[in-house]
Write a protein that binds this ligand. Structure first.
Ligand code: GTP
Ligand code: MG
Length: 379
């Protein structure tokens, strides 16, 4: 009865992805630190070249510029040229508090400042007293607002120096969430990598712990530095949807109506796409759906497809009364979700492009990933 053409399902998926991304809550982060400590380098490393290249900055206070990119839920407040020796420490503090205040006054979560990264360079050997004083004063005033502050030790070429600096700062017991040594970019001398970049994964994880639940999906969407974190988060989405699918399947779904599961699976795919922050096309979605839920037919989860899929699931047994069970609905949804995570991982890491997945070999790869997941029921 409700046989759903693959093209229609792909179009629905494509629109759903746009909707999920447009509806992401906004995230606003201030990056503060003396001039030259590596703020811009850090921003580029965490949020990727794509954001760095396409974002535009507008002055919002004397000391801060706000960087945004069309269709991105991220805004960065950067404080270029912050100098501890001139008038600017007070001005930066005042402006930062003003940004926090205005965010709160707006009563709009999308406009609030959600986190502050205070950057101190490890390469400058020791931290200046004036800087610690600034931090002590600022964090004291921030107690009114409780915006999470993370101290990032930038340019941590030497892990040993970074640890020593971290110990000094930790001993001050400042009300900050964490002090994290980071090397945002490989340190290269004479074409030789002297220190490999590190610490971004820790920063990403700490952000995940610090940000409220409402911002978790946005955070994964914008961060480009920790693939494993994205995968972990995406797996949670799959589990939640598999449970819902099993719920739908609890009253056994007649074969011909298995496509009632498709809207739920489309939402799952859209959310996973948002987590990976990958740009996809309608034709890519057609390839994904045709090579999984639509294998061998012009519809998704049509009668033939379902009976073929069930044959692949170990222990699913024969079909009783022409219906699919709760557990089968769950298994198919989990397999689709996990296969899609596999595809997104490959696109994210540059192993395969979205376009390549649309080719004959690409589609074969998708089918393979999906079938493997179906057989591998333990997930
Ligand atoms: N290799 C390496 N170089 C870095 C790193 N961080 C910063 N640098 C270098 O340090 C210099 C200053 O870095 P920026 O990122 O421009 O510093 P900034 O804090 O944005 O400076 P202002 O915008 O002037 O306040 C640049 O030449 C960077 O390439 C890093 O993690 N690794
Ligand atoms: Mg800069």
């Amino acid at each position: 009865m409700s046989e759903l053409p693959v093209e229609q399902a792909a179009k629905d998926a494509f629109n759903k992805i746009k909707e999920v991304i447009n509806n992401l809550n906004k995230i606003n982060i201030a990056v503060v630190g003396k001039t030259g400590v590596g703020k811009s380098t850090l921003i580029n490393a965490v949020f990727g070249e794509e954001f760095a290249k396409a974002c535009v900055g507008e002055p919002v206070t004397t000391e801060f510029r706000k960087y945004t990119k069309p269709e991105s839920p991220l805004a960065i407040y950067d404080s270029p040229g912050f100098d501890m020796n001139e008038h600017s420490p007070d001005a930066v503090k005042k402006d930062l508090l003003k940004i926090i205040d205005e965010g709160i006054a707006s009563k709009d979560m999308d406009k609030a400042l959600h986190c502050i990264w205070y950057c101190i360079s490890t390469a400058s050997d020791r931290v200046e007293e004036s800087e610690l004083k600034w931090l002590a004063e600022f964090t004291q005033e921030n107690k009114r607002y409780n915006v999470p502050v993370i101290i990032i030790l930038t340019k941590s070429y030497s892990k040993k120096n970074a640890q020593e600096l971290k110990n000094v700062i930790d001993s001050k017991m400042l009300p900050v969430k964490k002090v994290i040594p980071v090397l945002a970019q490989d340190f290269i001398i004479d074409d030789m990598v002297v220190s490999k970049a590190y610490g971004l994964d820790e920063l990403v994880a700490v952000m995940g712990a610090v940000l409220p639940e409402d911002l978790q999906k946005t955070w994964q969407n914008v961060q480009k530095a920790a693939l494993e974190d994205k995968v972990r988060f995406a797996k949670r989405i799959v589990t939640a949807n598999a449970v819902s699918a099993a719920g739908v399947g609890a009253s056994p779904i007649p074969f011909t109506d298995a496509s009632v599961l498709v809207p739920l699976q489309i939402t799952m795919i859209a959310e996973i796409t948002a987590v990976f922050g990958v740009n996809v096309s309608k034709s890519f979605m057609t390839a994904v759906l045709a090579s999984t839920l639509g294998t061998g037919g012009a519809t998704v989860l049509g009668r033939t497809v379902v009976s073929n899929l069930i044959k692949l699931i170990p222990g699913a047994g024969s079909i009783v009364g022409g219906a699919i069970s709760a557990s089968t609905a769950g298994v198919i949804t989990t397999a689709l979700g996990n296969a899609y995570i596999g595809i997104m991982k490959m696109v994210f890491s540059g192993e395969m492009t979205v376009d390549q997945f649309e080719s004959k070999d690409g589609k074969k790869k998708i089918t393979e990933l999906f079938r493997q997941e179906l057989k591998n029921k333990k997930n």
